[in-house]
Design a binder for this molecule. Structure first.
Ligand SMILES: [Zn+2]
Ligand SMILES: [Zn+2]
Length: 119
């Protein structure tokens, strides 16, 4: 089990089991939504996550809901129609982010030069 929360603690979560994937996303939308050079996502099925508090959401593309805390602004989650039944959580929101290791890089073509993965 892993736990996490937003910066102010209004939103919390618990996850169970093994994530479906852990990946660095270099896409422009994640970059803007998080303000970080790239975003490391830990992907779970919805039934592996228990949330406390209610996330606000922003539809950055059709069928996409980016979840965040409307009190402190922490970006937390991504849900997309392309990944029905899954919720992807930003690694930095976990209490134990060191438990997860990214195994893939996606949208490499949009990566910033200094963070471009070596292929
Ligand atoms: Zn918060
Ligand atoms: Zn992305």
């Amino acid at each position: 089990m892993a736990t996490g929360r937003c910066l102010c603690g209004t939103i919390g979560f618990e996850t169970t089991g093994t994530p479906r994937f852990v990946a660095n996303c270099h896409c422009i939308n994640c970059r803007r939504a998080t303000g970080a050079a790239f975003s490391t996502w830990v992907g779970f099925t919805d039934d592996q996550i228990n949330w406390t508090g209610t996330r606000a959401t922003y539809a950055s593309s059709e069928g996409v809901a980016r979840g965040f805390c409307k009190n402190c602004g922490t970006p937390l989650s991504y849900q997309g129609a392309k990944w029905d039944g899954e919720t992807h959580i930003l690694i930095g929101a976990f209490d134990n982010p060191e438990a997860f290791t990214p195994k893939a890089d996606v949208f490499i073509e949009e990566a910033l030069p200094f963070s471009k993965p070596k292929t």
